[in-house]
Design a protein around this ligand. Structure first.
Ligand code: APR
Ligand code: PHB
Length: 389
């Protein structure tokens, strides 16, 4: 088999790239380790920057998102019983879109299958060969049957635990990592959101986040110990703790209900450089991870896809390598700024085990300055809605 681009990974990065390239007549094959249903069973965040929304529109996959999403002009931040808003539109002219990333992935799968996109599921033993030559190829097996795809380029969209990053030799690859000493315990409940906007809550008991998927599907998180497991937390324990971490005005109106999903996610900042090695390009979680505090996971994948998509089109249409040659540099320049914002917002809102009284005073001063100062709010708003591509 032959394809112009082999895409390893059928998550949002791989699917969006495949759909965008297809619209330009560039043929791709997506190799996915799991099944479509397994991929769609993953619960992910729900904030989309305008840049991502515009890519979905360009890919022709925005109809349901446009019909069902919420448009949020801002967010709420609370500390103990205090709460204030930051208006993104006032500072940047731009809102954010609230639409579950699971739904994004579903819409992308539907679009790829409607266009008879080449998606191979349950692949095993994926290996990238001759990435340093002009004739790379990828081998893999399905149910024990081995296959080979010759191609012009390989897009490694296979997430943090994929094989693509590992294909870049250790003496070439530089990795940067920070692991946070806590996790997020998240639940989904078929209850109306406690507020029309998200609430990022800092409290002496730890961080909490009140989010949503639709008018009757809410997503809540509380900071928890890495030694916790979801089974340690009954629904009642979760609700009681969430109420302790948000302002009374919100806790009093919180509508609780049975969780339909409960999980714990660790928090990590991670970047690998470079994001290109010969004809192999890394995109999304294959190259970088952010703590979810700044809602940047999918949105940093989006700018990678934007740069790679345009670079590949430029190559295939004009035989011009400028776009793919600048891919890693341009992608990393935006990624590091998103890493910084996610790290900063995590430090602003979470409690750390070793924090001193002075540290807590610094956190409180940061929050009060953010509450009082429009310039500080503008800086948060510009980063949250998404820096330019
Ligand atoms: N071969 C084929 N597929 C693989 C392999 C492999 N060796 N290893 C992993 N995969 C698949 C995974 O099963 C997964 O479906 O690659 C996909 C990677 O998808 P994600 O982990 O969701 O990463 P990405 O597509 O970059 O999404 C970026 O989007 O949903 C948000 O917040 C989420 O940060 C994430 C972001
Ligand atoms: C979510 O809705 O899951 C969500 C929203 C904002 C975040 C993280 C997660 O910062």
């Amino acid at each position: 088999m032959r394809a112009q681009v082999v895409i390893i990974g059928g998550g949002p990065s791989g699917l969006l790239l495949s759909q965008l390239l297809h619209k330009k007549g560039i043929d791709t094959v997506v190799l996915e380790r799991k099944t479509r249903d397994y991929v769609l069973s993953r619960i992910r965040a729900g904030i989309l920057e305008t840049g991502f929304v515009e890519l979905m529109r360009e890919a022709g996959v925005s109809e349901r998102m446009d019909a069902e999403c919420f448009i949020h002009d801002g967010t709420l931040i609370s500390y103990d019983n205090e709460m204030f808003g930051i208006n993104f539109v006032e500072h940047t002219g731009t809102p954010v879109v609230v639409y579950g990333q699971t739904e994004v992935t579903r819409d992308l799968y539907d679009a790829r299958e409607k266009m008879d996109g080449k998606l191979v599921f349950n692949v095993e033993d994926v290996e990238i060969h001759d990435a340093q030559t002009d004739s790379p190829y990828v081998t893999y097996s399905v149910a024990g049957e081995e296959s080979r795809i010759d191609c012009d380029f390989v897009a490694g969209c296979d997430g943090f635990h994929g094989v693509s990053r590992q294909a870049i030799p250790l003496d070439i690859r530089r990795e940067y990592e920070k692991v946070y000493p806590f996790g997020w315990l998240g639940i989904l409940s078929e209850t109306p959101p406690v507020n029309d906007e998200l609430i990022y809550a800092s409290s002496d008991r730890g961080f909490a986040l009140c989010s949503m998927r639709n008018a009757n599907l809410s997503r809540y998180y509380i900071q928890c110990s890495l030694s916790d497991s979801p089974d340690d937390w009954s629904d009642q324990m979760f609700w009681d703790e969430l109420k302790r971490r948000i302002p009374e005005s919100q806790a009093d109106k919180l509508i609780t209900g049975p969780s339909i999903e409960k999980s714990i996610a660790p928090l990590r900042s991670f970047v690998t450089e470079p994001m290109r090695w010969g004809r192999l390009f890394l995109c999304g979680d294959a190259a970088h991870i952010v703590p979810p505090t700044g809602a940047k996971g999918l949105n940093t994948a989006a700018s990678d896809i934007y740069y790679l998509y345009h670079g590949l089109v430029q190559f295939f249409e004009d035989n011009d390598t400028a776009g793919i040659d600048s891919y890693s540099h341009k992608a990393l320049a935006r990624i590091w700024k998103a890493e910084r914002f996610s790290w900063w917002m995590t430090n602003l809102l979470h409690r750390y085990p070793e924090q001193t009284e002075f540290d807590l005073k610094m956190q409180r001063a940061d929050l009060e300055f953010l509450r009082e100062n429009k310039t500080a709010q503008s800086v948060l708003a510009q980063n949250y809605v998404g820096l330019p591509y």
